[in-house]
Write a protein that binds this ligand. Structure first.
Ligand SMILES: Nc1ncnc2c1ncn2[C@@H]1O[C@H](COP(=O)(O)OP(=O)(O)OP(=O)(O)O)[C@@H](O)[C@H]1O
Length: 437
């Protein structure tokens, strides 16, 4: 049995209308039947675009939102059915690291107070002295000095605050840590540090993570298994390498095709699948397959009427699509959607998030700088030649020479302007001084 098992989890938020009767006029189907398993000591990455229900799913595991239907089983206990008091005790075993480290830390409490609060609530440590020792050792593990204890959240950088958030989870010795967009509020270089820290802690302490993120690169780097969410349900799930090597669901294919590849040769050959339209409202999801309104392979049969199950298509790769095999074999024609060759501009659009991407980007910058230096050297050479032999020069050289002359003239004009302005200012000051006398 897996450490954490979700079976058919649904979270439907009622939409209320009216002041007097407060009628329920509909529902937001934020999470609509999700089943997944998180193995002990492993990381499950949950990825999907904004509004697909990732955060709601994470919160439902902790029962921070009410579960409409389904079960959340932690180590054999169904949390969805636990009375509130017992659930409170179980919360120690499930901790969350939030996206916004500053917003999730009380600015009026110092770090010792923030970290010991949960320990006191769950009866960890017999007195404050013992708790302080434990906090110090955890701070050391997350790379913060022990003098951090007496300081306040605003005294730390974004990355350090996220380390405090991780330490706050760790002091309670949880079984599972849910990381909700753990690095999306941080700079790229700091993102890599925090991801590496999570991995190191996992190795050292045998932690189990459910990592929620919209960034495919972050999830890939850290996850053993990845689930792709679309409009409240999973459309694909596979071991990380298998998913990246061969995405099978049309939505995953489109997501992957949007990630730029730093290698220019691969990038030039890469095709990009452009999806049509926006994410539909979870208050009014499409019938049949939720993705059929934007799917480039949507068929008249089944897609609009029959909701596909997440089924195993081999090697632990689960896909919720009626036509997975046909799409993989290339026997199904695309009906909509645009496939365009990816352009190099895309590389600048999406910032690299992983260490190796950052390295490649740095290398690319290095190359660009070298190229720029070469161009500058060429320009200087051309100008020199144009100066030496004004009549033998080409148009290019002449232009370079003329450009230099123009610059010199502009310099003279600028200097004259500055001198004039200085004189005017001095005269003005003298006038004012006279008036004062
Ligand atoms: N308490 C609530 N009441 C009503 N609707 C809600 C509530 N919380 C979330 N929703 C809706 O549920 C849907 C899923 O929201 P959720 O925050 O889980 O998405 P997400 O994938 O985590 O997006 P993001 O990455 O932007 O946070 C959204 O349409 C959101 O507006």
């Amino acid at each position: 049995m897996s450490l954490l098992e979700l079976d058919g989890v649904k979270v439907h938020f009622p939409i209320k209308k009216g002041v007097l009767f407060n009628r329920t006029v509909g529902h937001v189907y934020a999470v609509d039947g999700i089943s997944l398993k998180v193995e002990a000591g492993e990381t499950y990455g949950l990825v999907g675009e904004s509004g697909c229900g990732k955060t709601t799913l994470g919160r439902s595991v902790l029962r921070l939102v009410d579960i409409t239907e389904g079960s959340v089983v932690l180590d054999g206990t169904d949390l969805a059915k636990l009375p509130s008091e017992e659930m409170r005790r179980f919360r120690r075993r499930l901790q969350m690291v939030f996206q916004d480290p500053l917003g999730s830390l009380n600015p009026r409490q110092n770090i010792e107070s923030i970290l010991s609060e949960g320990m006191v609530a769950h009866g960890i440590g017999k007195d404050q002295e013992e708790r302080r020792e434990k906090i110090k050792s955890i701070l050391d593990k997350v790379g913060l000095p022990s003098n951090a204890l007496a300081r306040y959240p605003h005294e730390f950088s974004g990355g350090q605050r996220q380390r405090i958030g991780i330490a706050r989870a760790l002091v309670l010795e949880p079984d599972v840590i849910i990381c909700d967009e753990p690095v999306s509020a941080l700079d790229v270089s700091v993102q890599a540090q925090v991801i590496n820290l999570l991995e190191e802690l996992q190795e050292e302490l045998g932690l189990t993570y459910l990592v929620i993120a919209h960034d495919l690169a972050v999830v890939r780097h850290i996850s053993d298994t990845i689930g792709v969410m679309y409009l409240g349900s999973l459309v694909e799930e596979a071991p990380s390498d298998a998913l990246y090597a061969e995405p099978k669901h049309p939505y995953t294919k489109a997501l992957m095709s949007a990630v730029p590849v730093p290698d220019p040769e691969v990038e030039d050959r890469r095709e990009r699948i452009l999806l049509i339209g926006d994410l539909p409202s979870p208050a009014n999801p499409p019938s049949g397959c939720r993705f059929h309104t934007r799917c480039p392979w949507a068929q008249a049969e089944r897609c609009g009427t029959e909701r596909p199950e997440l089924r195993d298509v081999g090697g632990g790769h689960r896909v919720a699509c009626h036509y997975t095999e046909e799409i993989a074999a290339g026997t199904l024609k695309r009906t909509t959607g645009e496939v365009v060759p990816a352009t190099r501009e895309g590389v600048e659009d999406v910032p690299p998030t992983l260490p190796e991407q950052a390295e490649k980007a740095e290398a690319a910058v290095g190359k660009t700088e070298q190229a720029a230096k070469a161009v500058r050297a060429d320009e200087v050479r051309a100008t020199d030649e144009a100066e030496k032999s004004p009549d033998a020069g080409t148009t290019e050289k002449a232009t370079a020479g003329a450009g230099k002359a123009d610059t010199e003239k502009a310099d003279h004009v600028e200097k004259a302007d500055v001198e004039k302005a200085d004189k005017a200012e001095k005269a003005d000051k003298a006038e004012k001084a006279d008036e004062a006398v």
